[in-house]
Design a protein around this ligand. Structure first.
Ligand code: IPM
Ligand code: MN
Length: 400
């Protein structure tokens, strides 16, 4: 009896699964298989709570997701995984994107203030530039994380409206204003930036620097990206960054205006470790950043708050590729990887952290071998072939 293995304690996690629209459904199928595979071969157990949602669901039912879905995500899930939202002609009565209630309602309603978007180039990825695949950026020089503020800024009205709607509340419109010198129809989106909202996302980014090994040269650094030469919101954001950074003596502090940042991002990605910025700037810069990784098919993300988090590939539902089993599942697989890291840190769960490392290594090895890649990386493999191959590698690695 002394030979019996010591039973490992089991961690059970409930994961809300929101496949959404188009190719979101196809990549989510791979994420679900990955979770099932991990459940069957480790001490982790994932209970999947499936929630249909999005523009296609809206066209079929007149709702963006079933009643009570927001509450399910809030009250019954340890973490949330989302595929992609958005479908042609799926628009709500008020003109908002159908399905927006899901992604923006969760961001706003669960107070997921940090949108964490790693930009990491794996060895062997070729970039599609000028219609050809070529090696442009060196893998050893692209490894940063952009932290996008996720609850205020230019998205504030839409986020607030979506959060209210997700919880069955009132419609919200920002106050009307008169703008001197402007006549006739004027539409406007306020861009409120608060002290509290800036403090928490800057603190988050600063903690993230401590969890990493610095930029590609090993320098731990936090870059504040703003447009404080022009906007008041950015001036507040930067002054808070200045107040806080005065106490940091274990990392480099760096600044860039968003316009110049886009230039440096492309020209000298190796400068950056963690970057913190406001909502819309982060939205735009991370699409640009995805090109450095090999495209949107490689861009994973986490929307993280103090109590909840949801993880999603940055790419959309890509209607033109939907139903063809051709898009890259790696952004979604890496979003599962981020989810496991988050669960691992949050619950002090070494096993979740080990599985997260295995996923990262498996993706890296799969890409550097380079034989089974989707069209966006220059291959012709299907979504499910790539998904199964990576899951196979993860399982093999978990056993060693
Ligand atoms: C993203 C997307 C969303 C955004 C859209 C779908 C509302 O572009 O996650 O980056 O603008 O935040
Ligand atoms: Mn975007």
């Amino acid at each position: 009896m002394y030979d019996m293995p010591v039973p490992q304690s089991m961690s059970s996690y409930r994961i809300a699964i929101l496949p959404g629209d188009g190719t979101g459904r196809e990549v989510m199928a791979e994420a679900q298989s990955l979770l099932t595979a991990i459940s069957s071969s480790t001490s982790l157990n994932f209970e999947q709570i499936l929630i249909p949602c999005g523009g296609q669901y809206f066209l079929e039912t007149g709702k963006e997701w079933p009643d009570g879905s927001f509450e399910k995500c809030r009250d019954e899930a340890d973490a949330i995984l989302l595929g992609a939202i958005g479908w042609p002609d799926a628009v709500c009565e008020n003109g908002d994107l159908a399905g927006g209630q899901v992604v923006l309602g969760l961001r706003g309603g669960l107070d997921l203030y940090a949108n964490v978007r790693p930009i990491k180039l794996y060895e062997g990825v070729r970039h599609k530039v000028h219609g050809d695949f070529q090696q442009v950026w060196q893998a050893s020089k692209v490894d940063m994380v952009i932290v996008r503020e996720n609850t205020e800024g230019l998205y504030h009205s839409l986020l607030h409206r979506s959060a209210l709607k997700a919880q069955g509340g009132e419609e919200y419109e920002p106050p009307k204003m008169d703008f001197p010198g402007m006549n006739g129809d004027v539409a406007w989106d306020p861009r409120p930036i608060s002290r509290a909202g800036s403090e928490r996302v800057i603190d988050f980014a600063r903690r993230l620097v401590s969890l990493r090994n610095g930029n590609p040269s090993g320098v731990s650094k936090l870059t504040c990206v703003d447009k404080s030469n022009v906007t008041r919101g950015c001036q507040l954001f930067r002054s808070i960054f200045d107040e806080k950074s005065a106490d940091w003596d274990d990392l480099e502090v760096d600044y860039a205006y968003i316009d110049a940042f886009t230039m440096w991002l492309v020209r000298n990605p190796e400068w950056f470790d963690v970057v913190v910025t406001s909502n819309m700037f982060g939205d735009i810069a991370t699409d640009l950043g995805s090109v450095l990784q090999g495209g949107m098919g490689m861009a994973a993300s986490g929307n993280i708050g103090d109590e909840h988090a949801f993880f999603e590939p940055v790419h959309g539902s890509s209607p033109k590729h939907a139903g063809k089993n051709k898009v890259n599942p790696i952004a979604t697989i890496n979003s599962v990887q981020m989810m496991l890291e988050w669960l691992g840190h949050r619950n002090d769960d070494e096993e979740a952290l080990r599985v997260a490392r295995c996923i990262d290594e498996s993706v890296a090895e799969h890409i550097s071998e380079g034989t089974l890649l989707t069209y966006d990386l220059g291959g012709s493999a299907t979504t499910s072939e790539v998904g199964s191959a990576i899951i196979g590698r993860v399982l093999a690695k978990l056993e060693t």
